[in-house]
Design a protein. Sequence first.
Lengths: 113, 109
Amino acid sequence: DGGITQSPKYLFRKEGQNVTLSCEQNLNHDAMYWYRQDPGQGLRLIYYSQIVNDFQKGDIAEGYSVSREKKESFPLTVTSAQKNPTAFYLCASSIVGDSYEQYFGPGTRLTVT
Amino acid sequence: GENVEQHPSTLSVQEGDSAVIKCTYSDSASNYFPWYKQELGKGPQLIIDIRSNVGEKKDQRIAVTLNKTAKHFSLHITETQPEDSAVYFCAAHRNQFYFGTGTSLTVIP
């Protein structure tokens, strides 16, 4: 898990509510990423950010939003517009440049009922 | 965009035997290929990686090979141990990371 923390580990919400997942890193990495993991589908990119105050949509950004106000923090909000939000959410970080090693946090399991 | 396929989806081996997991990719411009190990309920851990200018890389019992012409790369684990049991993911990097669907490896004592 390195220097990436995600909280909480388990999160339960009612349908129709927005929920924010926390991700903090102390690796001094410029790039941060959010992935969604569903059984049998591998990891799919939601959003990524390579610099403070800038971020790009990944393959499945609909129904999600992010902010990058600090280098260390990259919170993900799962909005009520996300049709199937129950999943395991993983945050990752990496150096920008020739070194691509990407390190993951421990994940947050979100259940929406 | 890039498409990464991973096989097999499940693999069982006897302790001490070797395990091989294979991945193919579609975009010849992909230039970095990491492998991750994920234990139940945890985040993936980088175990080995290879760049497009290298054909093979070893780290103790783990090795990765890359065939750029055929666009496939493989993870080899020798002398498997029960603690190697986990889900393994391959990935290819082309502006962003594209992941395979994972292989659940079980090492039988």
